[in-house]
Design a protein around this ligand. Structure first.
Ligand code: ZN
Length: 282
C-alpha cells in the first residue's frame, strides 16, 4: 500500500508545477500564514537520511539545492525539502520523524529567486509528481492562487486506496482472487474495458475498506477483513476471515469503550474514523 504523504506546509500554494525540467513542485508563502519562513513539516513518518545546513543564497549555480532535508518514508517513498532557511533545521541524519513533525523553516538558500519550498517526491528512487502522492489534511489551507488547485488531493481517513502492481503472468482474475473481488468488479473500478489487456507495472486500484457504509455483526467480505487487520494492528487478536462475528464485535465494543465512542459494536463513521486515525498515527 502506498503511503499518503501530507503537504509539508500548512499554507499550500503551488507556485511552480512538476515538468520535465522541474521535477518537483514549489510551494510558496503568504504573510498571513507564517510568512517568508513558514514551518516545514515531515510529509510522513520516516527516517532522516540526509541533511545539509549552513548554506546561503547562491544565484550562480542553478543546481544548488541549498539547505535540505531528505526523509526516507519506506522502501518506496522518499521526500526532499530544499532551499530551507539557514540554521533552522532541527533534525539530524538518522533521526526518526513522524508525520507533521516540524523539520525546519522555509528559506531561499541555494539557487532560489525567492523564498519557497522545492518539494521532491521519489518513488522507487525516481522523481515523481508530488501532487499525485501528497494530500491536504483538514487543518491545512489551500490558497485560491495555487496552481493545479483542482488536482490537489484531500486526505480522507475513511478511504484507503490500495494498489496492486501487475507482475509477469498476472491476470485480472488472479489479482481479484487475492482480494476476494471479481475481475469484473476490478475492471469496472479501474475503467479497464478489456480485462485481458493489463500490462506489467500497471497499477490496479483495489476497492478496499471504503467505510462509507456500516459494518456490524453479520457483515462479511473484504471490508470486514480490513477491519480485522486494523483491529489487530491496534492490539486485538482476531482471525482475519472477513466474518463479523461475536469476537469481532467484542473487539469493536472494547475499542469503542476505550475511545469514548458510542458503545454499540457497530462500525459507522465515528468508529471508522477513530480506527483510521489511530491506525495512521501508530
Ligand atoms: Zn523548484
Amino acid at each position: 500500500m502506498l503511503l499518503k504523504l501530507r503537504y509539508p506546509v500548512d499554507y499550500i500554494t503551488i507556485t511552480n508545477e512538476f515538468k520535465s525540467n522541474h521535477q518537483a513542485i514549489d510551494l510558496g508563502w503568504n504573510r498571513n500564514y507564517g510568512g517568508l519562513n513558514q514551518n516545514i513539516y515531515s510529509p510522513h513518518d520516516g527516517i532522516v537520511v540526509s541533511v545539509v545546513d549552513g548554506r546561503k543564497n547562491n544565484l550562480v549555480n542553478k543546481n544548488d539545492a541549498g539547505n535540505l532535508v531528505k526523509i526516507k518514508h519506506n522502501n518506496q517513498l522518499t521526500t526532499r525539502l530544499i532551499h530551507l532557511l539557514k540554521d533552522s533545521i532541527i533534525v539530524k541524519e538518522g533521526n526518526i520523524v513522524k508525520t507533521g513533525d516540524l523539520i525546519a523553516k522555509m528559506g531561499n538558500s541555494g539557487y532560489a529567486l525567492g523564498n519557497h519550498l522545492h518539494y521532491n517526491v521519489y518513488l522507487n528512487s525516481e522523481k515523481v509528481n508530488p501532487i499525485q502522492y501528497t494530500y491536504a489534511y483538514k487543518d491545512q489551507i489551500i490558497s485560491d492562487n495555487s496552481k493545479n488547485k483542482d488536482q490537489i488531493l484531500y486526505y480522507n481517513e475513511n478511504i484507503v486506496d490500495n494498489y496492486y502492481i501487475v507482475k509477469k503472468n498476472d491476470t485480472l482474475s488472479n489479482i481479484g482472487n487475492i482480494y476476494n473481488i471479481s475481475y469484473q468488479e476490478l475492471a469496472e473500478y479501474n475503467d479497464i474495458s478489456n480485462p485481458n489487456l493489463i500490462r506489467i507495472g500497471q497499477k490496479i486500484k483495489i476497492p478496499i475498506f471504503n467505510l462509507s457504509f456500516i459494518l456490524k455483526e453479520g457483515s462479511n467480505g473484504q471490508s470486514v477483513k480490513e477491519l480485522q487487520k486494523r483491529l489487530n494492528q491496534l492490539g486485538y487478536n482476531l482471525i482475519v476471515d472477513g466474518m463479523f462475528g461475536r469476537k469481532t464485535k467484542k473487539a469493536v465494543l472494547d475499542f469503542q469503550n476505550k475511545n469514548n465512542l458510542i458503545i454499540d459494536g457497530i462500525v459507522g463513521k465515528e468508529t471508522s474514523n477513530a480506527i483510521g486515525w489511530l491506525y495512521q498515527s501508530k
